[in-house]
Each structure stands twice: as C-alpha cells, then as structure tokens.
Write a protein that binds this ligand. Sequence first.
Ligand code: FAD
Ligand code: S2G
Ligand code: ZN
Length: 467
Amino acid sequence: PDVKRGNYGSVRDSDLATFERLLPGRVLTDSLDGYNTDWLKTCRGASQVVLRPKSTEEVSAILKYCNEKKLAVVPQGGNTGLVGGSVSVFDEIVISTQLMNSIISLDEISGTLVCQAGCVLASLEDYLSNHKLTIPVDLGAKGSCHIGGNVATNAGGVRLLRYGSLHGNVLGLEAVLANGEVVDCLSTLRKDNTGYDLKQLFIGSEGTLGIITAVSLNCPQKPEAVSVAFLGCESFQSVLDIFKESRQKLGEVLSAFEFMDSQTMTVAKENLKLRSPIEDYPFYVLIETSGSNGSHDEEKLSQFLEHVMGTGIVQDGTVATEPTKIQNIWSMRERIAEGLMHDGYCYKYDVSLPLQSFYGLVEAMRERMGTMVTRVIGYGHVGDGNLHLNLTSPEYSTEVMDKIEPFLYDWVANHKGSISAEHGLGFKKKNFIYHSKSKSAVRLMKDIKHTFDPNMILNPYKVLPDF
Ligand code: FAD
Ligand code: S2G
Ligand code: ZN
C-alpha cells in the first residue's frame, strides 16, 4: 500500500552521540541489511540506526529521548514476523531486544518463569526442560523468535490447542511507553483481579503501545511421554472426523492437531527433499499426545489408530515415539514456510474460519487462480480453526496480488472468519482490519494508541489503518 512518511525527525549526529553515550558500543549504523529485511524478504526498511539496549533502564532512556525528538522507532525481536511489522517502513530507528536475553527468575514449584523479552524461544525451552518444565508456546520460528516478539504478536503456534494462548499463559509483563515510563505489570500471581488487566493490551499490540522488556510466564510440567501419529486420509471431511474422534478418545493427552493437504506435502518432498513416513494421500493429519505415562499413552494412541482405520476415515498411519522420528515428522510440518520460499514469492494468508467452511477457501482460491500461480496450498492448526493458505509464484506480480486481494479477505469475512488468526496485521494487513473489526472497535483502539503513544513514534504505519 502507498504510504507517506510521517512528520518525524531525522537522526542527526547529535542524536547518534546521545545514543552512543546511552549505549556505548551498541549503536549500529552500517551493514544493517538483516535488520531492514523481513524474514519473507518482501518488506525492506531504510533504518540508518539500530540500537541494542541491555536493560529496561536503557530502553526507557532511549524512548524518552526519541519521544522528545519525535524520532520514530520500530521494536524488533527475532525478526521472524510475517506481516511486515518488524522492519521500518522509512527510516524509523530499530530498537532490538537481541541483548536483553537474561533469565530473571524461575519458581520451580509453580512453574513461573520471569525473563527478559529478548530470550530466544528455543533457549527458553532448553532451559526449562532442565527443570522438567516446558514453554506453553511452540512455533517453527523457535530458533530465532524472542519471547517478547511472541507476546507482542500473541503468537499461536502448535501448542495452543493444549495450553491456550499467551493471553492466558502470560502472568505479567514489564513494558516501556513511548515517553520512557516503565509499566511494571510483572506479576507472577495466577490470580489478581485488582483493576483493569493492563498487560492484556500489550499482548498482541505488535510494538505499537510500548516495548515489552520482560515477561512472566506460566510454564507447564514437561510431559514425560510424547507420541506423534501421522495419518493419511481421503477428504477434508475425514480430517474433521479424525479431529472429533481424537478429542473424544485422546482427550486430556491430545497436545497438537495439525493438517496438510497433498499440495503441501509436495512442497515438503520437492522443495525440501523430505520423505513422508506414509504413502501419498489427499490429506494428512499430525496428532501429538503428551502425557505422564508412556506405555499408557502409546496404548491409547494405538487403540485410537485401530479405531479410526477400522471406521475407514483413516487410510494409513504411523505412530512415532522415538525422538528422532518424532522430530522428522514435526519438521515436515514446521518447515513448510521455508519450503515455500524455494518457489520465489509467497502470498501468505493466516485466517480463522468456522470448520465447516474451512477448506472451502483453498478450493475457491485454487479455482480462482488456476495457472496464474505455481501452487495454492492449505495447512495449519486445524484444531484452532486456523488455516495457513499460501500461494506462490516465481516473483511478485501485481496482477496476481489484485486477483487475490480483496477477494480472499471478502470471502473470509463473508464466512465469519478472521483475516489474521495469529500472525497479526503489521504493515501488510492493517488496511483490511475492518474485515474483522467494527468501526467503533477500531476507533477505541485509536483512542488507546493516542493515550499510550501521543506522538505516534512506536511502530508507525502498522496495525491500525490511516495512522
Ligand atoms: P519480530 O518479528 O521481531 O517482531 C514482530 C512484531 O512484534 C513487530 O511488530 C515488532 O515491532 C513487535 N515486537 C517484537 N519484539 C517486541 C517487544 N519486545 N516489544 C514490543 N513489540 C515487539 N507465528 C505464529 O503465531 N504461529 C506460528 O505457528 C508461526 N510459525 C512461524 C514459522 C516460521 C518458520 C516463521 C518464520 C514465522 C512463524 N510465525 C508464527 C511468525 C513469527 O514467528 C511470530 O509472529 C513471532 O511471534 C515473532 O517473534 P519475533 O521475536 O521474531 O518478532
Ligand atoms: C505455521 C507460519 C508459516 C506460514 O507454520 O504454523 O504460522 O507459512 C505458520 O504461514
Ligand atoms: Zn501457524
């Protein structure tokens, strides 16, 4: 979308001198390509300065200064966001949480972790597993994304079905407002009904209300036994039937339910050279169970598999209990985003839909696009009603884009879905917010934005339209 630079200041030598004084040796002004390019390589910013604070106090001092000088900033974590929210649009200053990666405390009894926002998700998982705990959020970007970025985008991922969203698992957070004020909501209490629950406003705010500097997280016990079943079936209706059966028969040990269509499997095989553990089918289901007793869960899963194959809703399936086999099956699902990049340009859609019209969108887009695109694939967190619909072409084409949007968003809105289930709105999707939110809701969001960031320096041009 064409957008004009707001009337923000531009960084001068005197500003750089101040930043250098505040963050000695942690002010970057060259080879900033990695900070100016998003993971999809579709959004390129023109930031001239990257600031790398180590503490809340340093974030506070920087923001206070930038606010006074009306210098726009873009908070950045692992830069794995998929909606163009984590890179500048013009010359906004990048404030990176890369160096804010310390664990602050862990209460092993309650499983409450307090850590800085820049902790990488995978390293938190490793740290917690040494204490027989696990992180309640898991996604393909775990090797790079920061917990602060996960909270800022209210990341969903493959464990939401089991542990719920970050709105439930984040017990508290600390954030710094545009004027440098530190908001200390870093509670570790499970229950605290005293006044408005302010932390919830920052969860999913995508860097527009404040910079999250620390997070307090409720971490579940690490499951003793994990098993994964990978099943093949003939139709999407079978996928839904299997989902229903898994909720009934696997109940409390069900920890993930993902699906992929055959076009998605082709990406895994052709682009990533991965091998499927079963024959080719129109649809695939990945089911994970996590419990406290290995033999009990294995028995449960094998009986489940026997049952669903007996009824004919599953044509073939395999159960993995051995870690490397489990990892191979998961990476076939988690690396699809990477596989799609081999096609060239990826038009990425992440929508929520009622299950009865869920796969209809893939079929509608396949019919509409025909041979204009390399492929149209559907996969994702069907257990959360969240479809990842991706179309690819060798390079970007406005003709293709104009054929996809707004048709696809209209289709989702007409079927009472959400145009962004978990990735957020960022830069790319902000103008379609009215497909999923009312005018009065957006007006209220703008009032909140004005209260938190009256000079509009936090991640401008993102999330809210005409801002
Ligand atoms: P960034 O990309 O750096 O930033 C994302 C947004 O948050 C930006 O708007 C930024 O300004 C803001 N932000 C970052 N840090 C802070 C902070 N400390 N304070 C305030 N604002 C901040 N997402 C899902 O929800 N589910 C998935 O299953 C999933 N799978 C993925 C798989 C792959 C392979 C990839 C590449 C991405 C995937 N994502 C998924 C998207 C992305 O990983 C998530 O949005 C993630 O939470 C972003 O974290 P990050 O640290 O990389 O944030
Ligand atoms: C996933 C991210 C990648 C994509 O893999 O679950 O959230 O391609 C997605 O949408
Ligand atoms: Zn996802």
